[in-house]
Design a protein around this ligand. Structure first.
Ligand SMILES: NC(=O)c1ccc[n+]([C@@H]2O[C@H](COP(=O)([O-])OP(=O)(O)OC[C@H]3O[C@@H](n4cnc5c(N)ncnc54)[C@H](OP(=O)(O)O)[C@@H]3O)[C@@H](O)[C@H]2O)c1
Length: 351
């Protein structure tokens, strides 16, 4: 098939760079346009302070950074890594102009009719695109991937929701600095320190988790019927969000069954042939001191696309469970999550 042309919106930032990096040899997609804000008019190599170990993809280095508007944009889709306030204004303009937009930004995630999708967890929610187009009169559409902490949590919860049913989840995060974009958190604030506050994050973890694990019905999503509380912390780790989870189940928890559910969980995305979907989206670690960000953030047959679960044990009684989940925030939690969603949309004929 002819490669689909991709406009990367917000291409100079931490997530935009990851998108460009992950698409360098992609079998289905090819980056043909880059947009930004302050860096409009510069060549990409001058505009982006390149943050990744592999060099900037050569074909992109001479591209001029364009304004983040659909005017004159000839692309098959847009992958957005814009700040939320900009995305709220700009993404609907692209959708109105006929482009599919797959977004990392939080702006539209919780809006009715906007799919919030993890391909291995709720691929059926892309069906919201039809009513979205009808109701908004758009020829294109906006589909979103979740917050970088939510995605780890929902990948771990999905097999448990199927196995046990969930009554309550309490999650405490230890989130990497790169989650705040570039230049992000000042070094004098975060070195030798933990910051027990990330603006808006705890609410996002609650609402997004319930939407993703909810049911599709009549042009909308009925949220999953369990309680979620989150406490979000910024820690001095470069990449990789770690989350300590306490869960109360609908039934008695057999730890061997839980281990088997994690090991067997596939979610179907890899079987659909999506190039960025790892064979196993959840990897179970049996060592008593894993997962760890330095050792496990690049886990998976597609590096960084699997989350690692470990420290599995009962909580206060046999109806409860505790574990730790860890995932790469700019790969699985952003660029890779959006790319695999775009792949799902191609596979299902929406792009
Ligand atoms: N970092 C993560 O782990 C992560 C994970 C999940 C989701 N996200 C979300 O992904 C998005 C991007 O995050 P990031 O970490 O990559 O942020 P970032 O490093 O701050 O990059 C922001 C990008 O947006 C562009 N931009 C800023 N103001 C603009 C404006 N007024 N008009 C047009 N473009 C503008 C910047 O271009 P210039 O350089 O030209 O100004 C840059 O390319 C955010 O919505 C964030 O919440 C991030």
């Amino acid at each position: 098939m002819r490669k689909k042309s991709v406009a990367v919106l917000g291409a100079t930032g931490a997530v935009g760079q990851r998108v460009c990096n992950m698409l360098r040899d992609h079998p289905w997609f090819e980056v043909t346009a880059l947009t930004g804000g302050a860096s409009i008019g510069k060549r990409y190599r001058e505009a982006a302070k390149w943050l990744l170990p592999a060099d900037m993809p050569e074909p992109l280095s001479e591209l001029e950074v364009r304004p983040s508007t659909p005017d004159g944009m000839e692309a098959d889709l847009a992958l957005s890594a814009l700040p939320a306030d900009v995305a709220r204004e700009v993404e609907p303009l692209f959708a109105e102009a006929g482009l599919p937009v797959v977004s990392n930004a939080s702006a539209l995630r919780m809006e009715e009719g906007v799919p919030l999708v993890v391909p291995e967890v709720n691929p059926d929610h892309v069906e919201l695109i039809a009513p979205q187009r009808r109701n908004r009169g758009w020829r294109g559409f906006v589909a979103t991937d979740p917050n970088c902490s939510t995605i780890n949590l929902v990948l771990a919860l999905k097999p448990l929701q199927e196995l046990l049913g969930i009554r309550k989840v309490i999650v405490t995060t230890m989130q990497a600095i790169s989650g705040a974009g570039y230049p992000g958190v000042p070094s004098l604030d975060i070195l030798d320190n933990i910051i027990p506050y990330i603006d808006g994050e705890e609410g996002k973890m609650r609402t997004e988790t319930l939407k993703i694990l909810g049911h599709l019905e009549a042009g909308g999503v009925r949220g999953a019927p369990f309680a979620v509380a989150a406490a979000c912390n910024r820690v001095p780790v470069y990449d990789g969000h770690t989350e300590a989870v306490y869960l109360e189940a609908e039934e008695r928890v057999d730890l061997d069954d839980v281990r088997e559910a994690f090991r067997n969980f596939r979610g179907g995305a890899h079987d659909l042939g999506l190039p960025t979907a790892p064979e196993a989206p959840v990897i179970l670690r049996e060592e008593e001191d894993r997962p760890q960000p330095r050792l496990d953030r690049m886990a998976g047959t597609v590096p960084g696309m699997s989350v690692s679960v470990g420290r599995l044990r009962h909580g206060i009684d046999e109806w409860s469970l505790q574990f730790v989940v860890l995932g790469h925030n700019t790969i699985r939690g952003a660029a890779g999550g959006a790319i695999s969603l775009a792949e799902l949309l191609v596979a299902k004929g929406w792009i």
